[in-house]
Design a protein. Structure first.
Length: 88
């Protein structure tokens, strides 16, 4: 499975961190995703689409480049959701 694939009903933490890794680096991306997941009381390794959106929303509240990247990643996930539902 491609870690950048957002089309599934469940998304792994690896998939979410891959959305941020190019801009933040793999380690930082993994850290912010795991921190947000813990803060929300969620457990991985896979999350529902809504849980993934909640994680990215939590990260999006972070100031600076981390928050900006999370807002873009959240938008990509929302667009993938719409695209997937149109294909059904």
């Amino acid at each position: 499975m491609d870690p950048k694939d957002l089309s599934g009903d469940r998304l792994t933490l690896e998939t979410l961190s891959a959305q941020l890794a190019q801009a933040l680096g793999e380690e930082k991306a993994r850290d912010v995703i795991w921190s947000a997941t813990s803060a929300l009381g969620l457990r991985g390794p896979a999350l529902t689409r809504q849980e993934a959106l909640n994680v990215l929303a939590e990260v999006a509240d972070t100031p600076g480049i981390v928050g900006i990247c999370a807002r873009f990643a959240r938008t990509r996930l929302l667009l993938a959701s719409v695209s997937a539902s149109l294909k059904r």
